[in-house]
Ligand binder design. Structure first.
Ligand code: SAH
Length: 392
């Protein structure tokens, strides 16, 4: 069993609930986009029955919610004007504004979404030959304070609700269709935030994406910095959601420097939770490893990494560090990435060298920050900054 490390500040413990029913408005007029599919079924059935409307209206409304990404009840034109008005009286739809859209020269598209309280969140569409991947945010900001990550530097602001998480998917999907990019084939929780520190909203969003929006569980990847209870919760789900673990270091000392939360969930505990995850569903794990020149990219690190993760059906993604304001670091040179990958392969661990996408619009891995037009961060963020003293 893991012992609580008292040195880890409480700021790593964000437990505020943000799942369905967590927002104040839901008491007055429930938000259909912030509810689980079964709850939507029940609420709509009761609503239409109460107004003497036929049962098939439920399916009609759900098609607008889940297939056509309606932004308002007004768009639901196969319902009568009166029926739309009654829906709007009874329910709301969480629909953030699209505050800004930026397109990279390589085809990557970054959306900046403004939530109802003004909070800003980013998502990124990444087209490749046979895929359209959406990289989504799970929190506004992030409290994990990983030293190489721009979101980490900008601090934690608040949890996103289920509706706000799913809204990024709906909005990006609608945009992609309108701009001829086709359907979204994959979703990765690799935007802003630590998804497993917002489980009360992220877990229902997985249910929605899979059961209501029809995205296959194997096409949805939750990326975590290594939150052990969250990995266990994901392992307990019957669906085959995929897991990516942001490792970035092959040993405890280096990992603690780069990823402060490693002090709370040390490598042996993390590795044991990954054993349990594999046992639970035979799902392949991906390890993410940001390659920083002269920091974590020695060939000895590669050998150590192969020994550490060799027991898993794992795959390692080597990601060249994307420079961010702050630390004076450079990405490992390409030859170093290749050599590192070769050592991993020789040690029996499949590895891929990733090429950065969307750098020109600050949409690449670790660059998401949403600093535009935000109010100053909460004082709490200063605590996060201070906690970096350990890491720098
Ligand atoms: N909190 C989750 C989800 C955020 S995505 C997690 O840590 O997994 C985090 C990923 O962004 C990391 O795995 C890493 O691959 C990438 N990343 C963060 N900062 C980066 C940077 N400066 N350069 C390249 N990749 C970075």
């Amino acid at each position: 069993m893991m012992e609580e490390n008292k040195d880890v500040p409480d700021l790593l413990d964000i437990s505020a609930a943000a799942g369905p029913d967590a927002t104040a408005e839901t008491a007055a007029a429930p938000d259909l986009l912030n509810m689980l599919p079964a709850e939507v079924d029940a609420a709509l059935a009761e609503h239409f029955a109460g107004h003497g409307e036929r049962g098939f209206r439920v399916g009609q409304t759900k098609a607008w919610l889940y297939q056509r990404d309606a932004l308002s009840f007004d768009e639901m034109t196969d319902l009568s004007v009166d029926a739309r008005g009654r829906l709007a009286d009874a329910f709301t739809l969480t629909v953030p504004d699209s505050a800004r859209v930026e397109r990279s020269t390589d085809g990557t598209v970054k959306h900046l979404w403004r939530m109802s309280d003004g909070e800003l969140v980013e998502s990124v569409l990444i087209p490749s030959r046979d895929r359209l991947t959406l990289c989504m945010s799970s929190q506004a900001g992030c409290a994990m304070a990983c030293v190489f990550c721009a979101t980490g530097w900008s601090g934690y602001r608040r949890q996103l609700t289920t509706g706000e998480i799913v809204a990024q998917y709906r909005g990006a999907r609608r945009w992609a269709q309108e701009h001829g990019l086709g359907p979204i084939t994959n979703v990765v929780f690799m935007g802003m935030g630590e998804p497993l520190m917002n489980r009360s909203a992220v877990m229902p969003s997985l249910t929605l994406l899979n059961h209501a929006y029809g995205l296959g569980a194997r096409r949805i990847t939750v990326s975590t910095v290594g939150i052990v209870p969250g990995i266990d919760e994901l392992a307990g789900r019957p669906e085959q959601f995929r897991l990516a673990v942001s490792l970035h270091a092959p040993n405890e000392a280096l990992r603690q420097k780069l990823v402060p939360v490693a002090r709370k969930y040390p490598l042996p505990d993390l590795m044991e939770s990954l054993d349990r995850f594999e046992e639970a569903g035979g799902r392949r794990i991906t390890f993410e490893y940001v390659m920083i020149d002269g920091v974590n990219d020695e060939l000895d690190h590669a050998r150590e990494l192969a020994a550490l993760v060799g027991r898993f059906q794992a795959h390692v993604n080597l990601i060249p560090f994307n420079p961010i304001p702050g630390p004076d670091w450079r990405p490992s040179p390409h030859e170093r990435l290749r050599a590192f990958a070769d050592v991993l392969e020789a040690g029996g661990v499949p590895a891929t060298v990733r090429s950065p996408r969307g750098r020109d619009i600050a949409a690449a891995c670790g660059q998401l920050r949403a600093e535009h037009e935000t109010t100053p961060p909460k004082p709490y963020v200063e605590l996060v900054r201070q906690s970096r003293g350990v890491a720098r």
